[in-house]
Design a protein around this ligand. Structure first.
Ligand SMILES: Cc1ncc(COP(=O)(O)O)c(C=O)c1O
Length: 385
């Protein structure tokens, strides 16, 4: 093993980014038509819910991802909330998800009045383990009236929500097959994986619906924004309807036919999104180059670089390394952050947070193993290349 110190890692990140200044984890880059499109919104006054950019952004996103329909929302959390509701998740249902995720996944489940049930992740993909999912569904649930019910609680399994962690695709084809077999609707949390493909198909297009995020820290940003992806026309229409306060279209009357949400993406944010999406291929190319450099640097050291999973093209949203143990992780975090190179641990597991600590779980050994060891390292695209 070629031992490398954490100081070597700091120096390497500095060499990649070519700076002695503070290096953040992920920052947005505005290098194309962003200013022109946003200025167009201001000049025409169409900054809010009406304007051409929302439709254009949705069309571009549907073409890029291959999803038949794309519905833009104010953020990824809102997109997840709507997708779960439209997948049929109801009060008192349970939703299978992974404990290694950003809190938004579980928050959206909770907004539906449902409870998360946590199944383990895999060490190589960092995403939901098909084996853990299948074990849980086979042993802990039974089928009745076309649904799948938890034997212990009697509650319906309303959906399964795997997540493509840090942009690396999980084994989504196996997960989709298992969900089909057990009659559980699949909603993919692809918030982190715009530009990531599994077996040539874009993440977020394997289930009934998938969800993207365009938060400021993501591969492309709209300031704040999200998207529901689906191949189902009826679902896309419902998504558009309930995200626009369920207003019945009319020239001047204000009639709403159910309780809806004010979740539509404003035109000014969509304008930013159109310009950012034009830049996506350039961002992805740069991020792949950076990942390759990291992979070479960390090879053979005690810091194991998280590689692109099999059968996948990753967007390398946030690069990650796996340290020897929790002590090594904490030391790495201290040394790098003290040296002005931003790094961060993986999220605290969801089942360890006060709100979700009483939720049912499978054995979560691999999630715990990863929580103790994973750190993210600077991953912004370099646009001067
Ligand atoms: C896994 C995951 N799910 C959902 C979200 C929610 O997206 P947003 O911040 O746009 O609400 C994010 C990111 O922020 C995320 O990383």
């Amino acid at each position: 093993m070629i031992e490398k110190s954490y100081k070597d890692a700091v120096d390497f990140v500095r060499a990649v980014y070519g700076t002695t200044e503070f290096i953040s984890l992920h920052e947005p880059k505005f290098v194309g038509n962003e200013k022109a499109y946003v200025a167009d919104c201001i000049d025409t006054t169409f900054v809010s819910s009406v304007g051409k950019y929302v439709d254009r952004f949705e069309k571009m996103m549907s073409e890029y991802t291959g999803a038949k329909y794309a519905v833009a929302t104010v953020n990824g959390t809102a997109a997840l909330h709507v997708a779960l509701r439209l997948a049929g998740v109801k009060n008192d249902d349970e939703v299978l998800t992974q404990p290694l995720s950003f809190v938004a996944t579980c928050n959206a489940i909770s907004y539906c009045g449902a409870r998360p049930v946590f199944v383990d992740v895999e060490r190589d993909t960092l995403g939901m383990s098909p084996k853990s999912l299948k074990d849980f569904l086979s042993k802990e649930t039974s089928r009745k009236n076309g649904g799948c019910f938890n034997k212990a609680t009697g509650r319906k399994i309303g959906a399964a929500v795997p997540m493509h962690t840090f942009g690396h695709p999980c084994r989504i084809d196996e997960i989709a097959k298992i969900c089909d077999e057990f009659g559980v609707p699949l909603v993919e949390d692809a918030a982190e994986s715009l530009g990531s493909f599994f077996k040539g198909r874009h993440t977020g297009t394997f289930g009934r619906m998938g969800v993207l995020s365009f938060n400021g820290n993501k591969t492309i940003t709209t300031g704040g924004g999200g998207m529901v992806l689906t191949d189902d026309e009826a679902l896309s229409k419902r998504a558009k309807h309930i995200t626009t306060t369920a207003k019945v279209p009319h020239q001047y009357e204000f009639v709403h036919d159910e309780i809806g949400y004010n979740y539509r993406l404003p035109n000014i944010n969509a304008a930013l999104g159109c310009a950012q999406l034009e830049n996506l291929p350039r961002f992805l190319e740069s991020k792949r180059k950076i990942a390759r450099k990291y992979e070479e640097f960390f090879a053979g050291s005690s810091m194991a670089f998280v590689k692109e999973p099999p059968n996948s093209a990753s967007n390398f949203w946030l690069n990650a390394v796996v340290l020897k143990d929790r002590g090594a992780r904490d030391q790495f975090l201290r040394e790098t952050n003290n040296a002005g190179v931003m790094t961060r641990p993986a999220w605290r597991l969801m089942n360890e947070l006060a709100m979700f600590k009483d939720c049912q779980t499978t054995d979560l050994s691999d999630a715990k193993w990863l929580e103790d060891r994973v750190v993210n390292i600077p991953s912004s695209a370099i646009v001067s290349w």
